[in-house]
Design a protein around this ligand. Structure first.
Ligand code: ZN
Length: 134
């Protein structure tokens, strides 16, 4: 697969409202979009940081995977998302052929209307890895 850059870092927070002053006032980043991804039970806030972005993830339900992540590990970095130049579907079949455990067998729609798919942290040295393309 061909990666052009880190598309975003996903960071789990209990509350976007409480997290934003740190990112905006202290770090000086700008939040340009807040959206809820219903099927993921998550509210997301995006901040530009040069070529990459910070994606804040707030659970919208106690059974959201983000709620479980925070319960088990506390707030913090949740996943790393790479921008794939030659297609997420192609990247998935390459990873699959190398024995990497896939969370998504095929690309699906994520926040910001990107095509996304996740690789399982058990196969990626503990880092939940998102592959995405426009
Ligand atoms: Zn993400």
């Amino acid at each position: 697969m061909k990666i052009s850059h880190i598309e975003h870092l996903g960071i789990a927070v209990k509350s976007i409202e409480e997290a934003l002053p740190y990112y905006e006032k202290t770090l000086g980043l700008k939040c340009y979009n807040i959206e809820t991804v219903e099927d993921q039970k998550v509210k997301t806030a995006f901040l530009k940081c040069g070529e990459t972005k910070i994606e804040l993830l707030e659970p919208t339900s106690p059974d959201s995977t983000i709620a479980k992540f925070i319960e088990n590990r506390g707030m913090g970095v949740h996943h790393v998302a790479f921008a794939i130049e030659d297609g997420v579907a192609n990247a998935l079949s390459e990873a699959d052929a190398q024995g990497i455990r896939l969370i998504d067998k095929s690309p699906r729609k994520g926040a910001e209307n990107l095509n996304i798919a996740f690789l399982h942290p058990k196969s990626t040295m503990g880092v939940l890895t998102e592959l995405c393309e426009k």
